[in-house]
Each structure stands twice: as structure tokens, then as C-alpha cells.
Write a protein that binds this ligand. Structure first.
Ligand SMILES: [Zn+2]
Ligand SMILES: [Zn+2]
Length: 330
């Protein structure tokens, strides 16, 4: 089969690879579409010690099952493989399983013609759901999960909140579209990349601004800040812009530099929530929202061929990609 293999820092090769072996309880899936995630970029930059080359990256995938009881079904992959029997797994919070493992990290990912994955990680999708839309399930579920956790910590419903999102990648854009879907009328979205800002504006994500150039929104004015960047600078911005009694939802994982103002968090009773991935229910809910077009026309997503995937990584790396999400098709 053909696969896009991460071979070294800033290097990907589209080449022949052996077809994956299919273990007990696993299925072989023929990939239809697979999105490039910020975490794939992180690996590509050589910054992820957990992703060691040579490795097939990629975890935002949809495909057709080739083997076993799900044969011929179109499915979205739940990329998070978990033990299935610990308290977190049984309690519906499988994302916290101590044995959790993401595909495309130690085991092969989905930038390829085929992948093998446990059958319990297959999620059925409607037969007429197009594959590009379905491939957005994973990032959409990440945003959905973050908002769900934030809703439990917010003092008032999101429809009454001023919301700020830092980062206009797919997580940030989806978060804005979901908050809007929930009736939130005041949404700001900050990104330093002009192309991404233009895309976020066409996607109707609210008030889009440049944190480095434009006049900043007033300090302490947002009940909810979703940090979809996760850098020292974005945490400093979130700490300053969040309102007293508000919530910072931390989703991005760019770096671990200082920036969070724990003194202000304490004095102003600000909740800081870490968010990691999603539960199976979040994935199912995301499929539903995407399928019924609750999140708009998704024209901000671009698709390219897997064979040209290396160029897509390069374009994102150089800041030349306007799309908030690029999806590759084998
Ligand atoms: Zn992802
Ligand atoms: Zn578990």
C-alpha cells in the first residue's frame, strides 16, 4: 500500500509500505479521508518525543471496513485506544484511561491506504455522509468536549456568556461554531495568521482579531476563554482577558512555558480546565452535528490528495495554508 511516512524532522515520504497486520479483535479499514491535526504538525516539527520516526502519523480518519463483522460499513475511527475495563473507561471517561494510546503515535496512523484498528474503535456513520465531513469528527469532538466541560464550570449558560477563543485552527473554529449553535451571541476569535483570520471571518466565527496587531478586547471581559493554542503567551493572554469568576478552557498543547497568572486565578476565582480529547459519546455527538450541518457549510476545509500530503504539511508549516483544516484523500 501507499503511505505518507514521517521519516525525519520536517520530512515526509509518500512511499510503499507493507499492509498492516490485523490482530485479534481488529479490523482492516480502507481510508477514504484523513485530516492533518496540529499534533501531527507538532511531530513533523520534531517536538513530540512520543512520535518517533519512521512513523505513519494521522488519526482523524474515515474509511470502509474490509474485514470482520463490520465489513463494508463506512466508519469514523475513534483514534483513542483504551483498556475498556478501568473505572475511567467504564465511567464514560475513556480519554482518562491510564492505558490510552492514540493511533499515529506509537502504533501506525492513518495517512495510508489502510490501517488496522480494534473493532471497538469503529463508529458507524450515515451511509450518505460525505467522507470529508466525516473526517472532521475528531477535531469537532475535541471542541465539543471542551465546551461540555466548560459548561459545567460556568456560572451562567453559554448563551449569556462573552466568549473568547485563542487560535483559529480547526479546534478554535469548531469551538466558535458550536458556541454560536448554542446561542452564544458574543464570540471573539484571535489568531496571529492573516490567512487563518480571513478564513475564520468567512466561516462566520464572530469578531476575528489579530492579537499582535489589532486593539485587544478589554481585559477581564470574557466569561469563557478557550485556549486552542496552548503556549505561554496564549495562557498569559487568557489569564488577563478572562473575567472574574470566569473559565479558562485549555485545549492547545503547543508548549509548557510559563504564562498562566495563578495569582489572578486565585484572587478572581477563575477556573482553569485542562481538556484532553473526547469520550465516545462526544465523537457520536460530533458525527450528529456535522451530519445535520449544524456547524455551517464547512467551506473552510480544504481537501488534497494523500500523494501531495508532504506539500500540505510544508504549507501549514510555512503559514501558507488558509484553510483551518486540510484533509488528505488516498
Ligand atoms: Zn486531531
Ligand atoms: Zn481504561
Amino acid at each position: 500500500m501507499k503511505a505518507l511516512v514521517y521519516t525525519d524532522t520536517l520530512e515526509l515520504q509518500y512511499r510503499d509500505e507493507p499492509e498492516p497486520s490485523v490482530g485479534d479483535g481488529e479490523a482492516l479499514v480502507k481510508i477514504e479521508a484523513i485530516g492533518i491535526c496540529g499534533s501531527d504538525m507538532h511531530a513533523y516539527h520534531g517536538h513530540d518525543a512520543r512520535r518517533v520516526p519512521p512513523l505513519i502519523l494521522g488519526h482523524e480518519a474515515v474509511g470502509v471496513v474490509q474485514t470482520g463483522s463490520h465489513r463494508d460499513k463506512r466508519v469514523v475511527l475513534n483514534p483513542l485506544i483504551t483498556c475498556g475495563h478501568c473505572n475511567h473507561c467504564l465511567g464514560g471517561r475513556s480519554n482518562l484511561c491510564a492505558e490510552r494510546e492514540l493511533i499515529g503515535m506509537r502504533r501506525a496512523g492513518a495517512f495510508a491506504d489502510y490501517i488496522s484498528i480494534p473493532e471497538s474503535n469503529l463508529l458507524d456513520i450515515p451511509a450518505d455522509m460525505d467522507s470529508i465531513t466525516a473526517s472532521l469528527t475528531e477535531p469537532a469532538a475535541t471542541s465539543l468536549h471542551a465546551i461540555y466541560l466548560a459548561e459545567q464550570a460556568l456560572y451562567r449558560p453559554v448563551s449569556e456568556c462573552n466568549a473568547l477563543i485563542l487560535g483559529a485552527g480547526s479546534i478554535g473554529v469548531f469551538a466558535a461554531l458550536m458556541l454560536k449553535h448554542k446561542g452564544c451571541g458574543s464570540i471573539f476569535l484571535g489568531d496571529t495568521n492573516a490567512l487563518r483570520r480571513a478564513t475564520a471571518e468567512t466561516a462566520n466565527c464572530g469578531t476575528v482579531y489579530d492579537p499582535l496587531g489589532d486593539e485587544l478586547p478589554p481585559q477581564g471581559s470574557f466569561d469563557l476563554v478557550i485556549d486552542a493554542v496552548g503556549s505561554g503567551r496564549s495562557r498569559a493572554a487568557a489569564s488577563a482577558l478572562v473575567a472574574a469568576g470566569g473559565v479558562i478552557s485549555h485545549v492547545g498543547l503547543l508548549d509548557n512555558e510559563p504564562g498562566l497568572d495563578t495569582r489572578r486565578l486565585t484572587l478572581d476565582e477563575i477556573a482553569f480546565l485542562g481538556n484532553y480529547t473526547y469520550s465516545v459519546i462526544d465523537l457520536r455527538a460530533a458525527i450528529g452535528l456535522l451530519y445535520c450541518r449544524a456547524l455551517g457549510d464547512l467551506a473552510w476545509v480544504e481537501s488534497r490528495s494523500l500523494a501531495n500530503g508532504a506539500q500540505a504539511f510544508r504549507d501549514i508549516h510555512e503559514g501558507n495554508a488558509a484553510a483551518a483544516k486540510i484533509v488528505l484523500t488516498p
